[in-house]
Write a protein that binds this ligand. Sequence first.
Ligand SMILES: *Cc1c(COP(=O)(O)O)cnc(C)c1O
Length: 554
Amino acid sequence: MNWLTNLMRPDLRNLTAYSSARTEAGGFHPDIAIDANEFPWPPFGSITGQGPLNRYPEPQPRALIQRLAAVWGVTAEQILIGRGSDEGIDVLLRLLCRAGEDEILICPPTYGMYKVAAEIQGAKLLSVPLTKEYQLDVPAILKNCTANTKLIFIPSPNAPIGHLMRSKDILELCTARVAKSLIVIDEAYIEFSDMPRGMLDELKNHDNLVILRTMSKAHALAGERVGVVIGTPELIQNLRKIIAPYPLTQSSIRAALDALSPNGIVQNIERRNVIIAEWERMAKLLPQSPQVVSVYPSTANFLLLQTKDSKAFMQQLAQFSILARDRNSNIPNTLRISIGTPEENNLVLKALGITQSSKTTSPRLFSKRRGTKETVIDVTVNLDAPNFLNIDTGIGFFDHMLSQLASHGGFGLELHCKGDLVIDQHHSIEDCALALGEALKAALGDKRGIARFGFSAPLDEAVANVVVDLSGRPYFVFTGNFPGEKVGEMSSEMVPHFFRSLATAMNAAIHLTVQGENTHHMVEASFKATGRALRQAFQREGSPDNIPSTKGVL
Ligand SMILES: *Cc1c(COP(=O)(O)O)cnc(C)c1O
């Protein structure tokens, strides 16, 4: 019997997994699916382009697995996807541990779910504390292991402290426990560390090494529940037999694929860098509070603080409506805080009497893909990086106008549109306006100003006057009359239509008045003046703490 089968629960060795008609049909994609008793219409409120919510999702979504495999440089057969890495912990325990007989080993202070999952499965718990330096006590771990120690769970970066475990110690455990235990390295926060590949490259050297990854922390997807087990194809095949038949929802699969798209990764890295910079700032400033004794070394998106009295500290924060995590149960009088946006961090510091505001502010970058039957648009806007422009809609004059809007608007714009131009430019222009408006609105986040901004742009005999109000109430008023039917290859009637769509998607009021004799001048002045008015509206004003309250006016 091979070593893994030998480690598995004997009653699961010959388990036949649940199989649906679609699994059994392999690659067959029917036009009419009457195999799974689904409702034939999508539900109320479903958004087009989100995947058919009335249909069962793929049990192990192929596209997502392939994308993860490509991003991490492993094979698809090494990946199991589940509802968060918490489900990974659970299925590993269920596959290997007989209730009342087998055991797992943990090294406190550690993540709390290992113990809970073990208790649910009825597995026994061995506990070998970390050393004084909070590293693995390899000799003590090996001494405590028995023939029934099936799993050793090690978070690295550690939770709740946040520092990395030494690779050398992990590999020593793998070697010493070969064919006896799985060494499970839980890398929930690895993307924030300076070794973002974690232990991935050691998988090929150690059959009993297993890695847990999650999209909850560094990929901003805690609400969608996507986690991954990476191990040998043989282990993964067995876990696939016992995991719930459809662990991920259609929308979580979609959200994970979006997050891992090239644009998603770019946005994520930019934001992660802000978190890392803010982590440093907080680690430096927090000891100014008389309540903070020291800050534990961390390389994750949180800090563990040694306080004089963690309960009093929690109460002080609560007065400012701030909730942190009391870790007194792990290490006496410690408290953990997650790194938030620069603006949130400022408020945390303020609550502790430290008034040093961040010079950094939340990145105002947003990417999205907007697809309909007629057009597919990839758009990225960056309100703080005016210098990148890359626009291709297939309509030359429109490209020129969009670049006027962005450069006068003071924002970076990358926009690619594949549309049905052979039929008409109508769809492309309208959908570009909608995609751009939605992206601008999202990039502005909660900092929508309520002031009115206006600009006049003359261009030879023509002049455009624009007033915008990012009020949350879409409205468009156009006054003007273009003498020419076309400008470049673009029909001039599409100009007010563009601005109306933009106003709708941005939730803005835009009033545009244009006069002149030359249509080209009038159109160009309209885009320029709107860009200039938006530039004023996008400006950050005053102190970065000055954000409209979330309970506030808008
Ligand atoms: C947050 C966390 C997890 C859980 O991740 P999910 O994928 O959201 O279930 C696992 N391990 C550690 C150490 C964590 O901190």
